[in-house]
Design a protein around this ligand. Structure first.
Ligand SMILES: Nc1ncnc2c1ncn2[C@@H]1O[C@H](COP(=O)(O)OP(=O)(O)O)[C@@H](O)[C@H]1O
Ligand SMILES: [Mg+2]
Length: 164
């Protein structure tokens, strides 16, 4: 893995599902309650695999699966984890109905699939995890911090995930 260290973004390739999970778990180590991850990418790019890795890193016992009939699954790990999937969001006003903002400004960690559909509800501070399908088992991953907090998170992650 050879990351491109552009200022304030991290751009690399995950070569396998297992690697994606592992990266998620390592990212979990530098997250705090209240943090928001915005997962953005087409179907099958690995958003849920990232969520599973983060949940594993946060010591959530069960395997995270995308919520099917609801927009959010709540888990309890080291902290509360809100796994939000906006794929079925009818329109942005529905985001208010299910209390998206309560999750985003709550005391847990919010992991949002299809976060690009959250529009103006995304907070000022979050880490975007952008996923692109390259080949069968290869995904381009771009981590893009929004706000000072996530610039620091990303620096800590770079050290943890790519050092040595
Ligand atoms: N490098 C990789 N990272 C993540 N998933 C991968 C990778 N290579 C292959 N896959 C496969 O891609 C699929 C990703 O599924 P999923 O995480 O549910 O995507 P999404 O939530 O974005 O729709 C899984 O079948 C997984 O095995
Ligand atoms: Mg998914």
């Amino acid at each position: 893995m050879s990351p491109i260290l552009a200022p304030n973004t991290l751009d690399f390739i995950s070569h396998s599902e297992a690697q994606t999970r592992r990266l998620g778990a390592r990212l979990a180590a530098v997250l705090n309650p209240g943090d928001v991850l915005a997962l953005i990418g087409e179907l099958g790019t690995g958003k849920t695999r990232w969520v599973q890795g983060v949940c594993q890193g946060l010591e959530v016992a069960e395997l995270a699966v995308s919520p099917t009939f609801t927009l959010v699954n709540e888990y309890q790990g080291r902290w509360p984890v809100y796994h939000i999937d906006l794929y079925r969001l009818a329109d942005t006003s529905e985001a208010l109905t299910f209390g998206l903002e309560d999750y985003l400004y709550g005391s847990g960690i919010s992991l949002i699939e299809w976060a690009d559909r959250a529009g103006k509800f995304l907070p000022d501070s979050y880490l975007a995890v952008e996923l692109y399908h390259l080949e069968e088992t290869k995904r381009r991953v771009v981590l893009r911090p929004h706000g000072a907090r996530f610039i620091k998170v990303l620096d800590a992650f770079k050290e943890a995930a790519f050092a040595g």
